[in-house]
Design a protein around this ligand. Structure first.
Ligand code: 5AD
Ligand code: SF4
Length: 452
């Protein structure tokens, strides 16, 4: 087979990413590692020398989706015999060698702990005509896993601070696909943030399945946040995901003293019913959850609080669902991400009694989402006439005449203004409210203001 490096200097990768921020970050790392061997991203698979599908298996039909996506690329290999096709992410981890069997044209199956080995595998495939399955899970972070060259992606970036999860919520596949929890060292993380800041990033989001249990190099999560906020040229710091059982008073109070911390917290409740929370193995009661939310709202009335909800978990009765509705009506979350329960391989919930029929699950989801749409709109209307701080991300997608950015609370704001404000903080007054975005007028550009 032809040697890729001899064929031409520049090579193209087509990369499709499904799922969560962890996967987005793994994709960024892949692109970064590949940049060193002169791969450039393309949005046209027919031009690609390498195609990778970075998969998610958190909810249903993930595997089927992968096979149908792969099918689209099968023909391309006939025209471009040197084309390498890989599957990475949670479906790769879950299915392993079975993927190679079902898709004979697939070359690489790459689990989430092995992203940094991709460069080596490309050689094995192109020079030695091997097919590779790399799905080992490790209890520690290997040297070099995060030493990638950032690929300029704009002014925002995700930084992974830990991986894996030890919680084993009964519905969740993550502990099986991403392994046990392990934290990166503070110094490593800060170095990565500095590299990103040098490449123009202004906002970092620290990501982990359960950031509140971070513990790397002697610092807990609030300590790490302080260190990251200290990095020059980084204007904003966000983090996801917080587990309600682990969020500490120290973290809650940190927002008082750390102006770069964005005023938004994502706190997945999953259900409003104690009975269901127990069956989910979430480790908190709904009273405990509410107490934490009330504390945050009491201290910071301007804060955005968002959550995840699963409807139709096994054993969820009409009354349990009503409790969830009561929760979202009383807390008035700024937004929720809501899902129908879907049984996942290996999980405890998949073999529980009381599976809820699809029609009921989908009806509950519809009711929940309709209610939340109304709440989200009303919460947005409360912002009309107010001044907010926007980090400008560039030209607005909808209207070529406007620029667009997000508030500290993570709401999208479009407003007329020059494109060269990109990467700057601007003070904007909100004039119009739409279901998924806000519109405003520029008050003053540049500089951190004292609006929170
Ligand atoms: N079914 C439905 N939703 C799920 N989530 C995780 N596992 C499942 C599942 N088996 C949801 C949870 C989690 C979010 C990332 O995905 O709400 O917080
Ligand atoms: Fe899954 Fe629960 Fe871990 Fe979140 S905390 S990743 S829901 S097991």
């Amino acid at each position: 087979m032809e040697n890729l490096s001899e064929r031409h200097e520049e090579k193209f990768i087509f990369l499709e990413t499904f799922g969560c921020q962890m996967n987005e970050n793994d994709s960024d790392r892949m692109l970064g590692f590949l940049k060193d061997i002169k791969y450039t991203r393309t949005d046209r698979p027919e031009n690609a020398d390498l195609i990778i599908i970075n998969t998610c298996s958190i909810r249903d039909k993930a595997e089927q989706k992968v096979y149908s996506t792969l099918g689209r690329f099968r023909e391309l290999k006939k025209e471009r015999p040197w084309l390498i096709i890989g599957v990475s992410g949670c479906v790769a981890q879950q299915e392993g060698a079975a993927l190679l069997k079902r898709a004979p044209y697939l070359d690489i199956v790459l689990g989430p702990h092995n992203i940094h080995k991709l460069k080596g595998y490309l050689n094995e495939v192109s020079l030695e005509r091997k097919r590779v399955v790399s799905t080992e899970l490790y209890d520690s972070i290997e040297f070099g896993e995060y030493s990638y060259t950032p690929v300029q992606t704009g002014i925002k970036a995700f930084v992974s601070i830990m991986r894996g999860c030890n919680n084993f919520c009964s519905y969740c596949i993550v502990p099986y696909t991403r392994g046990r929890e392990v934290s990166r060292q503070v110094s490593d993380i800060v170095e990565e943030v500095v590299r990103l800041a040098r490449s123009g990033v202004k906002e970092v989001t620290l990501i982990g399945q359960n950031v509140n249990s971070y513990g790397g190099g002697g610092l807990e999560f609030p300590g790490l946040l302080r260190e990251v906020a200290r990095v020059a040229c980084i204007e904003r710091v966000r983090f996801i995901t917080s587990h309600p059982k682990d969020i500490s008073e120290e973290l809650i109070y940190l927002f008082k003293y750390e102006p770069k911390l964005c005023r938004h917290i994502h706190l997945p409740a999953q259900s409003g019913s104690d009975e269901i929370l127990k069956r989910m193995r979430r480790g908190y009661s709904i009273e405990e959850y509410r107490a934490k939310v009330e504390k945050i709202k009491g201290l910071y009335p301007d804060f955005a609080i968002t959550t995840d909800i699963i409807v139709g978990f096994p054993g969820e009765s009409d009354l349990d669902f009503e409790r969830t509705m009561e929760l979202i009506e009383s807390v008035r979350f700024d937004n929720i991400f809501s899902f129908m329960y879907s049984p996942r391989p290996k999980t405890k919930a998949a073999v529980m009694d009381g599976h809820v029929p699809l029609e009921i699950r989908s009806e509950r989801l519809r009711i929940l989402q309709e209610k939340q749409r109304d709440i989200t709109l009303k919460r947005s209307l409360e912002l009309a006439g107010k001044k907010v701080e926007v980090l400008v991300e560039g030209r607005s997608k909808g209207s070529g005449l406007e620029i667009s950015g997000r508030t500290s609370c993570n709401r999208i704001v479009n407003f007329p203004g020059p494109e060269d404000l990109t990467g700057c903080l601007a003070e904007v007054v909100i004039t119009d409210v739409f279901p998924n975005s806000l519109r405003g007028e520029l008050v003053k550009p540049f500089g951190r203001n004292n609006l929170n």
